[in-house]
Design a protein around this ligand. Sequence first.
Ligand SMILES: *[C@@H]1O[C@H](CO)[C@@H](O)[C@H](O)[C@H]1NC(C)=O
Ligand SMILES: *[C@@H]1O[C@H](CO)[C@@H](O)[C@H](O)[C@H]1NC(C)=O
Ligand SMILES: *[C@@H]1O[C@H](CO)[C@@H](O)[C@H](O)[C@H]1NC(C)=O
Ligand SMILES: *[C@@H]1O[C@H](CO)[C@@H](O)[C@H](O)[C@H]1NC(C)=O
Ligand SMILES: *[C@@H]1O[C@H](CO)[C@@H](O)[C@H](O)[C@H]1NC(C)=O
Ligand SMILES: *[C@@H]1O[C@H](CO)[C@@H](O)[C@H](O)[C@H]1NC(C)=O
Length: 439
Amino acid sequence: MEMRKCRTGILLFMVIYFIIAIFNTIPPNTKMVIPKPKRFSQPILPFLTSQESITPLINTKHFLVSAFMDQRRKDFDIRIIGIFKRNSIQPLYCFFYCGEFFNETTSASVQLHFAHFNYPYGPADVLCRMPENCSATHVTLLTQPSPDNISDHLWLPIRNKKNPNEERLNFTVCISTLYGDYNNVLQFAQTLEVYKLLGVNRVVIYNTSCGPELDRLLTGYSQEGFVEMVQWPINKYLNPSRGWRFQVHKGDLQYFGQIVTLNECVYRSMERSRYVVLGDIDEIAMPYKHNNLNSLMAMLQRKHPKVAEFSLESHVFPHSYFDPSGRFSLPQWRNVSGINILEHIYREDPDRKMFLHFKMIVQPKLVEQTSVHDVPKKFGVKYRVPWNLCRFIHIHVARRTSLMLEELKEDKRLWDFQEKLIPNVDKALQRAGLLTTES
Ligand SMILES: *[C@@H]1O[C@H](CO)[C@@H](O)[C@H](O)[C@H]1NC(C)=O
Ligand SMILES: *[C@@H]1O[C@H](CO)[C@@H](O)[C@H](O)[C@H]1NC(C)=O
Ligand SMILES: *[C@@H]1O[C@H](CO)[C@@H](O)[C@H](O)[C@H]1NC(C)=O
Ligand SMILES: *[C@@H]1O[C@H](CO)[C@@H](O)[C@H](O)[C@H]1NC(C)=O
Ligand SMILES: *[C@@H]1O[C@H](CO)[C@@H](O)[C@H](O)[C@H]1NC(C)=O
Ligand SMILES: *[C@@H]1O[C@H](CO)[C@@H](O)[C@H](O)[C@H]1NC(C)=O
């Protein structure tokens, strides 16, 4: 009995010893889990890439936004869009990563945009040649030609390398900076849904901040994929101006960096979208003789093949005047904050002797630099689209304040979309939990 107990004890000890011995041969950090198959084998990069859309450039007062492949001109291959302190331009050098660090830099040419509105900071393009035999995936800028002291640099991925698998879009709408506690939820939802009905595939929105309900609405659209949010924390780095007249609206940079975002959006869309609409969120590019933007542009492009910039008049519909019938003052929208665009049907005829407001539809591949009301640098011509064919509906405070209601023109074009528009807007509001009354 004693002996058996003892043998069992020894056996048990040996078994335990064996188990421990086996486990000890496994390296300490190995977890016994089956690795998930990776869909893409992501190479481990020997540097840090920028995780934000605004990247301070070390040893300078400048900021980098995005780098793009751009071989439309002969003298450079890479365009980096940045925000530069205009009085502090210094020589810069492009340093490339092409699977390994390239051993030489190439000198960078800094081109400030004219649309800086006299603010100390302005949009800039940094143009670089890619070295021979280097198919670069990432780039950064140095203040000296020799590629040393690079460990603290943040690198930018080079975008717009041709990708045949990328989805081709017809229309992208670019909305420059959302800021403050902007919470015009109803107008935003209606505008996005009108654009969907007009054939727009993507809306890119630059977001510095917004109100809580609008945040929920946009989160829904962004999960769906229709909206692409680009976080734009410009106020973290600069004191952005709320206007565009330096003497009046002080600050470091015109209107939250509007021109920078519009250019970034054009380049971001260049390889994936045939057309880009450059307007504000309270504006809708509206064809008046076609059912959607696709058929309008097909017709225009056939007649005017070399056009880069389709210039459209923007007409104000003052939101102080309401449709007297009230037929679109719907109960389910009463508690949703913001303007109901279907209720504003009176249009100001612009004073053609005075300033006309233009916004654009562009072919991004033919645009080099854009501004707000025109495209100063392009590889094509400008065409002024007749206003009765297509114009921007701009629901806004009155511009021609001297006009009486009787002098405004009735324009119910938006009503043509009501049948599909209303249920679609309701669905979007419901998804965001913003409808208190069932429709
Ligand atoms: C960089 O590498 C190339 C080819 O490997 C070589 O010819 C060239 O001399 C190198 N340049 C420097 C500055 O080391
Ligand atoms: C680039 O590669 C080609 C072919 O491998 C070679 O002949 C050429 O010398 C290289 N150029 C440079 C600048 O290294
Ligand atoms: C690189 O860094 C070292 C130490 O921080 C410094 O002494 C040297 O001057 C730097 N070189 C350049 C070219 O900036
Ligand atoms: C783009 O427009 C064409 C022609 O109208 C259409 O056939 C195609 O489905 C559209 N593509 C997208 C992504 O909307
Ligand atoms: C917009 O930016 C603000 C501030 O960073 C953030 O709190 C909010 O969630 C953002 N909204 C969206 C929809 O990206
Ligand atoms: C309107 O919304 C507010 C805040 O979301 C809520 O407290 C209120 O009950 C709502 N009113 C109606 C009539 O739904």
